[in-house]
Design a protein around this ligand. Structure first.
Ligand code: ACM
Ligand code: ZN
Length: 786
């Protein structure tokens, strides 16, 4: 082409792009952002363009397939305002259509689908409407993320890359759980949660409807379950572990429940989205709310009130010696079974402290009559009796792994939560299993460093750890592993009171779990997941789903070169961000701050602050790491009492210049369990001393308290010490925010070789603390001498 003509054309195209305002990027077929990633993908050239004339056609006119095609039409309408006609197939148009066609293809199984996109049409083939529904999720994810917007989006071309996909799930149980007892979540949010599951091709919603702190389902035969059992006193201003029970005469005003009509609507809503609801009715423990309403079914007869917070140990159980208890539970289950059409009813079974059973005459009589060996077998008797009832209604029970103790009910499925071992044992006994080990599947655990996260129950399960979860243990044979139906994430809500916070805890971790459960094991690749999760986060934004940015949080790893007297710093985050920026002057990093390219050194006391950027914006919170180049750097420390578990950098941890963060397990804190700290630093020779400073951490939730007393002494010979100052620190009288406190003292004309620091551990948890009488930790990061 002639150069002038070429330039003219470029200008012409430029003018056209400018005037139309349309983004003309070709879809990059090789960079799909489908989550969970499909089993098989073949890329072709070109794209299908969705426009107002595109038709949606389907075969096999039934309500499920009709729902699914109308569902995609509705989502498309939201962001495009295209009113795509939806038609049962009569006559095929020649082009520009999406066709959903029932086929018979054994390889696809019950939930699989085939999707072929060419320039003229999109064809979906599946054995079932579930396959159609999952194909719809994939089609939406092949479109720009703007498709999820609820209002018309301009200037987007709705291109779908030409592609062939054959896809089906790895596991049949792809579950997400929600505890609505510890905090109640309104029916409208339950539907949003179901939408969240649908987006991720999850197919089981485990609805934890009952627990000590609230009964949430209307049972017509027993109205007190909701008039009493659904309400507790409002102690939301106090931490979960720190709430007084209901006082005499106090009104219970906090809670809620679902009417049977609401539940029916939610069950239908879920079924339309190919999601089965597994209701959980806890027994024999976690029944405090039921027994507050109907104390006659307990061992002691009560009275009880619905606890507004933590209960531990869980001793209030249904009485297993009383036949009327079983009649009561069976009548409840009758109504529950009528409401929930799925195969499984979850009967709990976890965490029963059987003290009351051991004291109850009726329970003991039952043990004798049934020739049981103690209370564990009584629990087994309880579950077996309930299983018999549920099986008589053509349903199956599933329970937490405690149901293995004392002998598992013959047809029970086990939900393995205390690690994988319960699941392994059950599979070896030919029982079906759903894996939910706390280590990888508890989304109430922290997903980032605790000091940057909303208060959580504990633990640490970041996004990458979820992604690395493998539901099938190596120790099972191929045959045994067929009993692993799948896995699920559990979201307990002791520390989660609002839908926004709930979404924060579940997203984006649900995306990682979805890929574990849907995609072939060999296709899981964290590096390749990262760019896709970034697009998934854009989708969450379009859908107004709150989500965590914790995986962007930067870890600042500091080390000291004691010869060069330099600190080395290395920055990293789970998302392997290309753009991390940092400062060394204490200021917050901005887009103009230094970009991190490789590890760097600093030869003075400093604070490094760092944050990741994505598309030009800081994302998540700023991390910081302080280091001090001081006189006692790398000087030997003698401890009178040893540190335990938390070594804070080892023998020279208190003089390595590296300060701790608010995360007690960041590696920079030295921990003393119940012991005092008594440390002597030897500076090598007598020096001028200008100041001494120590840093202590308090995290009352983790049983870490400030010392009650901090004392500094100095000596020239290491024999006779003179006291120079002490600090009294009052003991916390209730839970406090996590805090670091410096105990600093300036000296005048002081000379010393030896410095002694004494810090008194308060010893035992105070009376107000859940760990009352238990061993308290003392955490110190550094002794800074200037
Ligand atoms: C459980 O977390 N108690 C099943
Ligand atoms: Zn009893």
């Amino acid at each position: 082409m002639k150069k002038v003509l070429k330039q003219f054309l470029i200008i012409l195209i430029g003018v056209f792009i400018f005037s139309s305002g349309i983004v003309f990027s070709e879809p990059d077929n090789k960079k799909l952002s489908i989550i969970p990633t499909p089993s098989q993908v073949n890329f072709h050239k070109g794209y299908f363009l969705l426009n107002p004339q595109t038709k949606i056609i389907y075969s096999g006119n039934n309500s499920e397939s009709k729902f699914t095609v109308e569902y995609i039409a509705k989502i498309i309408r939201g962001s495009t305002e295209f009113k795509l006609p939806v038609k049962d197939v009569v006559k095929m148009p020649s082009k520009n259509y999406i066709f959903f066609n029932y086929i018979h293809d054994e390889n696809l199984g019950k939930e699989g689908y085939k999707l072929d996109v060419d320039k003229d049409k999109i064809s979906v083939g599946a054995n079932s409407s579930a396959g159609f529904f999952y194909a719809v999720q994939t089609i939406l994810q092949l479109l720009p993320s703007e498709i999820y917007g609820r209002k018309k989006v301009k200037h987007v071309q709705w291109k779908i890359p030409c592609i062939s996909i054959v896809d089906k799930p790895r596991f049949q149980w792809r579950g997400m759980h929600l505890d609505v007892s510890r905090h109640f979540f309104p029916a409208e949010f339950i539907k949003t949660y179901i939408d969240m599951l649908a987006l991720h091709k999850m197919n089981v919603f485990h609805w934890h409807l009952t627990d000590d702190q609230g009964w949430r389902v209307e049972i017509k035969k027993y109205p007190k379950l909701i008039s009493i059992g659904a309400w507790r006193v409002d102690r939301e201003d106090r931490l979960w572990n720190d709430r007084e029970p209901q006082h005499e005469g106090e009104k219970a005003t906090y809670g809620g429940f679902y009417t049977q009509d609401e539940i029916k609507e939610i069950v239908k809503y879920a079924a339309e989205r190919q999601i089965t609801i597994v209701p959980e009715i806890e027994l024999p423990a976690h029944s405090g709310a039921v027994l507050a309403a109907y104390p006659e079914y307990s061992c002691t007869g009560g009275p009880f009130t619905v606890p507004p917070g933590s209960v531990w140990p869980i001793t209030t159980l249904y009485c297993a010696g009383n036949d009327s208890t079983f009649e009561f539970i069976e009548s409840i289950l009758d109504e529950v079974i009528n409401l929930f059409p799925g195969t499984f009813i979850h009967i709990g079974g976890d965490e029963a402290d059987k003290t009351e059973w051991s004291k109850c005459q009726k329970c003991q009589a039952r043990i004798k009559a049934e020739r049981l060996k103690g209370e564990n077998e009584l629990q087994s008797y309880f579950i077996k009796r309930i299983e018999k009832f549920i099986v008589s209604k053509n349903r199956r029970i599933i329970g937490w792994d405690e149901i293995l103790e004392g002998g598992i009910a013959p047809e029970a499925t086990v939900m393995s939560w205390r690690g994988m071992d319960g699941g392994i044992a059950a599979a070896r006994m030919n029982h079906d299993v759903v894996m939910t080990p706390g280590s990888h599947c508890y989304f109430d655990y922290y997903q980032g460093k605790p000091d940057f996260e909303p208060l959580a129950i504990g633990g640490y399960t970041p996004l990458k750890k979820v992604y690395e979860f493998e539901p099938i243990p190596d120790s099972l044979t191929f045959e045994q592993s067929k009993h692993i139906l799948g896995a699920q994430a559990n979201v307990w809500t002791e520390f989660i009171a609002t839908p926004e916070h709930f979404q924060y805890m579940t997203l984006p971790r649900m995306a990682a779990m979805a890929e574990v459960l849907w995609s072939p094991k060999q296709m899981r690749d964290w590096n390749e997941f990262i760019p896709r999760i970034e697009v998934q986060i854009e989708r969450y934004n379009k859908l107004n789903y709150n989500h965590a940015k914790s995986a962007y949080l930067i870890s600042i790893s500091a080390s000291l070169d004691s010869v060069k007297k330099e600190f080395g710093f290395e920055l990293s985050n789970e998302m392997q961000s290309k753009e991390m920026r940092y400062t060394l002057d204490g200021k917050e990093p901005t887009i103009h701050s230094t970009k991190y390219v490789k590890p760097f050194n600093v030869n003075k006391s400093t604070v490094v602050k760092a944050v990741a950027f994505h598309k030009g914006k800081a994302i998540g919170v700023v991390s910081e790491q302080k280091v001090y180049l001081h006189k006692a750097l790398f000087k030997p420390v003698t401890l009178k009492y040893p540190y335990y578990k938390y070594n804070g950098g080892g023998e020279l941890g208190l003089t390595n210049g590296i300060r701790g963060t608010k995360s007690y397990n960041d590696g920079n804190w030295q921990g003393f369990e119940q012991n005092d700290l008594e440390a002597i630093i030897d500076l090598g020779y007598v020096k001028q001393i200008n100041s001494i400073s120590t840093g202590f951490l308090q995290n009352t939730n983790s049983w870490i308290f400030f010392p009650s007393l901090v004392e500094y002494k100095i000596s020239e010979d290491g024999v006779s010490y003179s006291a120079i100052t002490h600090f009294d620190q009052p003991v916390a009288t209730g839970h406090r925010e996590v805090e670091i406190k410096e105990f600093s003292f300036e000296l005048k004309d002081a000379k010393a070789r030896f410095i002694k620091v004494i810090a008194k551990n308060i010893g035992q948890c105070p009376d107000w603390h859940i760990g009352k009488g238990g061993k308290v930790w003392l955490f110190i990061d550094e002794i800074v001498v200037e």
